[in-house]
Design a protein around this ligand. Sequence first.
Ligand code: K7E
Ligand code: CUA
Length: 652
Amino acid sequence: MSDIKSEQHGLSRRSFLGTAAASGAGIAGAGILGLAGCSPKEEGQAAASAAKADSPASAAAHDASVVGPGELDQYYGFLSGGQSGEVRLIGLPSMRELMRIPVFNMDSATGWGRTNESLKIINAHNTAETNAFLKASGLRCMPNGDLHHPHLSFTDGTYDGRYAYANDKANNRVCRINLSIMKTDRIIEIPNASGIHGLRLQRYPKTGYVFANGEHIKPVSGVGSLADEKTWNAVYTAIDGETMEIAWQVLVDGNLDNGDADYQGKYSFATCYNSERALTVQGMTANEQDWCVVFDLAAIEAGIKAGDFKEVNGVKMLDGRAEANSKYTRYIPVPNSPHGCNASPDGKYIMLNGKLSPTVTVVDVSKLDDLFAGKIKERDVVVAEPQLGLGPLHTAFDGRGNAYTTLFIDSQMVKWNIEDAIKAYKGEKVDPIRQKLDVHYQPGHNHSTMGETKEADGKYLVSLNKFSKDRFLNAGPLKPECDQLIDISGDEMVLVHDNPTFAEPHDLCLVAASKVNPSKTWDRQRDAWWWQDAEEQAKKDGVDLTKAAKVVREGNKVRVYMTAVAPAFSVPQFEVNQGDEVTVYVTNVETIEDLTHGFTLEGHGIAMEIGPQQTSSVTFIAARPGVHWYYCQWFCHALHMEMAGQMIVKPK
Ligand code: K7E
Ligand code: CUA
């Protein structure tokens, strides 16, 4: 395994690093865990040679990523923010960050996680256990999230620009982002499952289902016993992408990792790295092969219709366990602790990335009917298994028959030809590998432009690297990640740009700019659902939100209605009593784009965004007597500093 060389640079630091890592690992095949095996001295030497090796290629091609001032990018990238809990919007090829969309985090700029409108979205579909936990902990909402996999809705195998969906591994949630306003419009918690990780969407005829993998095994109510982990299960969830209600769950064996769906609307897939059903690293990596679980969607829907399910915590759950010999699932053996799962844009193949095996296992989708019919065996659906290098994690496509796989341990991107890999598997003497390119360093996900759609255009590939090490100015013990842009339009991959990113992109979607059309301002009619509660309360109080300048008192509840028009709030001062519960409603009545106002109330932990035509509100207890200024925190006008007012709190 350690003799795989970089074709570009001979035995460069990557093969060197890979060798050191693999031999430093205690567990056979688990070189991925052995990065600590390379010494500081080795890293230093390696870095020097890497810088030399890469400078000619990157200098020559650098222009490709330059998008000048005033020019627009050709693609949107929906980038996961990992443990930052947000989604980031970037432009390609410039790789410039355009926006951050708060989801599973709390955000100081927009007030996400603090405004009434955002809290309603965040908490609307919590389980009863979570609500009890929040109450006991004195929390308004879960303050964090671990967002790995943002993916855009499909119609007929390509992006339709309606929604993006993503997972929260930390608190078992799935979100939907409304692309017309670029805001999260739904968050649901998934009961029964643990560690919602892999998330992919139905491609055909449309989305359709949002498939979410439960990564961690645990005792599922009515099935597993706390005392015996061999009875613990993972849970696979299908969510209706329109209603965001859970359609069904399937009980399965082993920790589910990543997933994907076919282009025909018949099957979905999930890789599993823990067929051992173990709880330790040693245990989980014991077997040479784990598996990919295949789900038969029509069979599952028929099973639901026929009543072949148990209701567990309000969700219909079917039994798809390996030993149940279920008609809903098949378990395809795959070496070794497979990770990424990627459907090729021609709709023919599913790639299962071997992680601890140097291989990618290629499944022929057209053979799955026979597998479920019992006409062939599980491994008969495998049509290729090329050996690519160390630590294959994820695969992307160019729509011209080539695949691009990240090699975590080798710190490389490997380009390979799918049909040649199939010929080689049949015994023909062909080498499917076209090129290996060094990336910096330890790549996880990669993604090509439009590459998870039938319109894959083969222009750019982005490598999301887990380590930046020496690539940028040292930022301290916590280093940024390194996102690299690779031009794949020619015969050779060319590295054209890299930039640091904050914790921690896992995955991204690269979408032609024409597919996504966000609004320039909020729409009072279309988006009225956002401020629906405010509207209803205003009606009761005889207030028109768009013209309001009114303070309403009801016992110890005070409601303050104001508009924001540069450079003034319509209520410049209001008075309340210490201990009152105060709600402030602000409506921005500007009609032109990019005229966002804000409302920050000093000393109360309150700041919120109010975009043009939007209403935002926040509720708090006026616990601090005295004078508290509120001000607009988005620079909106030459008199922006003067856009302020005072809340007077009279002591008890
Ligand atoms: Cu998609 Cu990072 Cu969650 Cu691979 S996972 S790297
Ligand atoms: Cu309004 Cu600054």
